[in-house]
Design a protein around this ligand. Sequence first.
Ligand code: RAM
Length: 380
Amino acid sequence: MKKKLLSILLATTVAASLLAGCGSSAADTAAPAADAAAPATDDAAPAADDAAPAADDSAADAAPAADAGGKTYALVTKSAGNPFMERMASGFQEAVEAQGGTVVIQNPESATPDAQISVIQSLISQGVDSIAVDGNDANALTAVLTEASGSGIKILTLDSDVAPDTRTVYCNQAGVSQIGETLMEAVYDLTGGEGDWAILSATSQATNQNAWIDSMKKLMESDPKYAKLNLVEVAYGDDEPQKSTDQTQALLQNYPDLKVICAPTTVGIAAAAKVLQDQKSSVKLTGLGLPSEMAEYIGDDDAHSCPYMYLWNPIDLGRLAGYTSIALVDGSITGAAGDSFKAGDLGDYTIEEIDGSTQIILGPPFKFDPSNIDEWKTVY
Ligand code: RAM
């Protein structure tokens, strides 16, 4: 594992200096994006080493990324004002522009399917070549995405999926059950194995958060290890800082015996971390957070609300979706299981059939704790 890490870091340094040498505006984001592979080596993360590989090194016959010149590739995020979405969009833009493509990024006003439907309709009118969607709902986008596909636009998803038959492939950050297991184990650890805990999620329709929460609930039902844990509520902050703050305060008020909040959303966890730390609450926090937003809250002592948390590299997720868009548009992949392609310096990827739908898995979740948070807070 150490050797692999060293080679990743060396490759990163070379790639970053090449990009810097070209005077590319992508250099700043490219280096940290690749560097972020390092935390994946954390052996403490339950899922890290057994994870599906981030890139399939054996896919020697993967189709090379083609020139994207003359084509327009759109990205529809969940909503504006979410720093995770901004980083993801920067990776998408960097990857597509490096291949000569034109990028259109649409950030809907709110994290609702309706807001996405209207921006997708305008992208259909513009005649873009592909649309990568971060789904705000599993089924509500079906009609508009079917219309887009019917007019020849390649549809893919990233971060949060839609109904599988309305898109070609889903760029998934990590396996659903892997994220569920990782978060459940963190809750078990921070509660001491028993007592009240709550989830602070994003929106109630978010496909990705709902899949992770379902996976956690199934684990609680099936594994006697978790029998003494009591999930008191799943609250929804809608990926809005103020609503997430209010929901955290309500959880503290309503459940005096609460021990842990798990927030599988970067917006929710940052809001909850501030509430808990400002109130000097004994309730502990874990979940999925951006190191840049969470650094001041991460610590092992009473003065910090979050002992540790997880995430993947949002810039790399955007880059992966950018390369996948190009491969779909140039026809080197169709989105079928077994299709392989080269995602720039992220490596070669093969589309897999997982839980009955086609996906590309970026890699395992990374653990952030007091030992590495200072290193990563400037990265993403
Ligand atoms: C929020 C969004 C996003 C999710 C991250 C962890 O930024 O809800 O979809 O992947 O959190």
